[in-house]
Design a protein around this ligand. Structure first.
Ligand SMILES: Cc1ncc(COP(=O)(O)O)c(C=O)c1O
Length: 463
């Protein structure tokens, strides 16, 4: 393999690796202003690596609480992409000159670094343009042999990206789509699924999220993997909100395919991926046709490359792969265990502060047990778009809407919600800024801050 000269690494850009891979003594400091008591990250040092976090918005310090939507990028990621484009830009696999060899090596190395991050073999990682494309790839290829009478199981808590591709597959093949319901606190209802024999010998594919982008609930993947494999079906996991926030070991997860997206894990937009078990990938047909995914092309027919190239038609997102590799290096240097612990402490703090406002109704678990960090809520009967706009005027960035999970909102009898989603760079001071802005919102709409909220009401739920 050709070595890539001058590839930026963490620490080579004038940026120190926050969290301290080269200065491990700094890890464990919980004294930085704004960090959560007991958390293992030096958040102020991490924040210094993210240029955008220094911005003022509408005269206030930016409180970026929309990382489940898209995360921000550290300087190491920005520099890696800029340096690649400035010094090594060429197409991969087909350009035979020096730059072509360098670009190919950079792309290959990016795949290796991603694979190491996931605990996978290199050839098991397919680059896509995002998680949505990865899930469409999964549905198209894994579902190509489905017949009427077969069943596909998802959950009512899925992001549209892990729902619509399976609907389309079932429409194409005549297979039946079924789904896990949720409990009142937004967890997958295993009891009801068992009683309904949701997963049964007709089940061919099960596809569920690892962590809900709305409720933050962590799916009981070990049990679902067990049920899925007992009936000889395959388990697809949407890792979009899991992979960026907790350690990933594909061998331990129990999945057969795992989708993820780069822009939610400090990387750029335009790149995501699908991990698949090598033996399974080898049996799957291609997804998109074109250059690079073939072996031999004749006018009468073509043969296809082995995975992962079989699933990567055309020029791939090369610069984005370089950026994503820099992102996973950055995350690894800090440590996913420490990031998860930081987010858990922040979630506990946020849930406690939200509980001070009786007008808030949280959609999903209100404890940190088996819970990630996105928190969606309603505030009295104020429209989430109005709330979002007022929060923005105080420098607080959150998301308002159904977060691409309309059926889940319908199930909660909520038209939409406000969602805050922290990450490794989030401080308690930003949560306080959010709470102050929510109080200002209540005052603007003349809602008595002591007025109780409507309790959650689950509706519907048929499958
Ligand atoms: C749980 C989940 N799945 C899938 C996606 C889709 O990701 P992308 O838009 O990058 O394809 C998202 C993005 O919001 C998500 O939160």
């Amino acid at each position: 393999m050709t070595a890539v000269p001058d590839q930026p690494t963490i620490g080579s850009t004038g940026q120190r690796p926050a969290g301290g891979a080269t200065e491990p003594g700094s890890v464990g400091s919980a004294t930085a202003a704004g960090s959560v008591a007991g958390a293992a990250l030096d958040v102020e040092r991490i924040r210094a690596d993210f240029p955008i976090l220094g911005r003022q918005i509408n005269g206030h310090r930016l409180a970026y609480l929309d990382s489940a939507n898209t995360s921000q990028k550290p300087q190491a990621v920005l520099t890696a992409m800029e340096q690649h484009d400035a010094c090594h830009n060429a197409n991969v696999a087909r350009a035979m000159h020096t730059l072509g060899a360098e670009a190919t090596a950079a792309y290959d190395q990016a795949r290796q670094r991603l694979a190491a991050f996931l605990g996978a073999a290199t050839e098991e990682v397919i680059f896509t343009k995002n998680a949505s494309e990865a899930l469409n790839l999964a549905a198209y290829t894994l579902g190509s042999s489905l017949r009427p009478g077969d069943e596909v199981v998802i959950s009512v808590a899925e992001h549209h990206s892990n729902l619509v591709p399976w609907q389309m597959l079932c429409q194409r093949t005549g297979a039946r789509l079924r789904w896990f319901d949720i409990t009142a606190d937004g967890r997958l209802d295993l009891e009801r699924a068992e009683a309904d024999q949701l997963i049964n010998p007709r089940t061919r594919i099960v596809s569920v999220t690892w962590v809900s982008n709305v409720t933050g609930a962590v799916s009981p993947l070990a049990t679902i993997a067990d049920w899925t494999h007992q009936v000889g079906a395959q388990l697809v996991v949407d890792g979009s909100q899991g992979v960026p926030h907790r350690p990933t070991d594909v061998a331990a997860l129990g999945a057969d395919l795992l989708a993820f997206t780069g822009h939610k894990m400090l990387g750029p937009t335009g790149i995501g991926g699908l991990w698949g078990r090598a033996e399974l990938l080898a049996t799957l047909p291609p997804f998109l046709g074109g250059g690079e995914m073939i072996e031999i092309v004749r006018m009468t027919g073509s043969t296809y490359a082995r995975p992962p190239q079989r699933f990567e038609a055309g020029t791939p997102p090369i610069t984005q792969a370089v950026g994503l590799a820099a992102a996973v290096d950055y995350l690894s240097a800090i440590g996913l265990d420490a990031i998860q612990a930081h987010e858990q402490a922040l979630t506990e703090y946020t849930l406690a502060r939200l509980a001070e406002l009786p007008a808030v109704t949280v959609l999903g678990p209100t404890t940190t047990v088996d819970r990630g960090s996105p928190i969606a809520f309603t505030l009295a009967d104020i429209h989430p778009h109005d709330i979002m706009q007022i929060l923005d005027s105080y420098g607080v960035a959150v998301r308002g809407g159904h977060h691409c999970a309309r059926p889940l909102h319908e199930r909660f009898s909520a038209q939409s919600s406000v969602r805050l989603s922290p990450y490794l760079y989030t401080t308690t001071a930003e949560i306080d800024q959010l709470i102050d802005a929510l109080k200002a919102t209540l005052s603007f709409f003349r809602v008595d801050p002591a007025a109780p909220a409507q309790p959650n009401r689950l509706t519907g739920g048929g499958r």
